[in-house]
Design a protein around this ligand. Structure first.
Ligand code: SAM
Length: 186
């Protein structure tokens, strides 16, 4: 078993309510999460990077490490990310405090958070801060293992979100879909 997987599994055991996954995201899911990222379109925020499978895929799209801000609340994951991805801005903090980073004109927020399992107030804070950081045409990208869109229905309505949905990605444990949420310009 490789070092990343050993760390991920140990954190599932010690912090099951934060990790909320059976395994790290597969290469197929990671590729769908980062589709469309463009090195010339501004910074990217990643929420809940864990051991960094999606981080690697974001950098694989040509995003410069200093243009990537990865927000992770687990200190063990943060140490691992800093060792693995030189130059990436790894922020040891909760995604609920995203506004503290003061970022704007972000092209995408790529979320590996267990968003739907969080209280609705927490989801609202994360989404509001994310859309405040995003460029007008920017998107909030979130996968889900379940049958419904990966943002709570009340919040989708409240924030007037539009979305697209990927095909089901069978090569992931468990199979998942990726949703891209945008907010119409006012
Ligand atoms: C399902 S794992 C996803 C890990 C990785 N992105 C992947 O797809 O393999 C969820 C991650 O979100 C992190 N997390 C959970 N709640 C968080 C919060 N409020 N702020 C920042 N990170 C959080 C966990 O520590 C964990 O790394």
């Amino acid at each position: 078993m490789n070092k990343d997987l050993r760390l991920f599994l140990s954190q599932i055991v010690s912090k099951p309510y934060q990790v909320v996954a059976l395994a790290p995201s597969s290469a197929a899911l990671c590729q769908e999460m980062v589709a469309g990222l463009d090195p010339n379109k501004g910074p990217v925020i990643e929420l809940g990077p864990g051991t960094g499978n999606i981080t690697r895929a974001i950098l694989g799209r040509g995003i410069a490490p200093h243009m990537l801000h990865s927000v992770e609340m687990n200190p063990n994951f943060c140490t691992h990310l800093r060792e693995s991805f030189a130059g990436v801005n790894v922020h040891h903090m909760s995604a609920c405090d995203l506004d503290r980073l003061g970022l704007n004109n972000v092209q995408a927020v790529i979320s590996g958070l267990p968003l739907l399992s969080m209280p609705i107030g927490v989801q609202r804070d994360i989404l509001k801060d994310s859309f405040n950081s995003l460029a007008p045409e920017g998107s909030f990208v979130q996968f889900t293992y379940g049958p419904n869109p990966s943002v709570n229905a009340d919040l989708r309505k409240e924030m007037a979100l539009s979305w697209t949905r990927s095909d089901k990605i069978w090569r992931n444990l468990p199979p998942a879909r990726v949703y891209r949420f945008t907010r119409p310009m006012h």
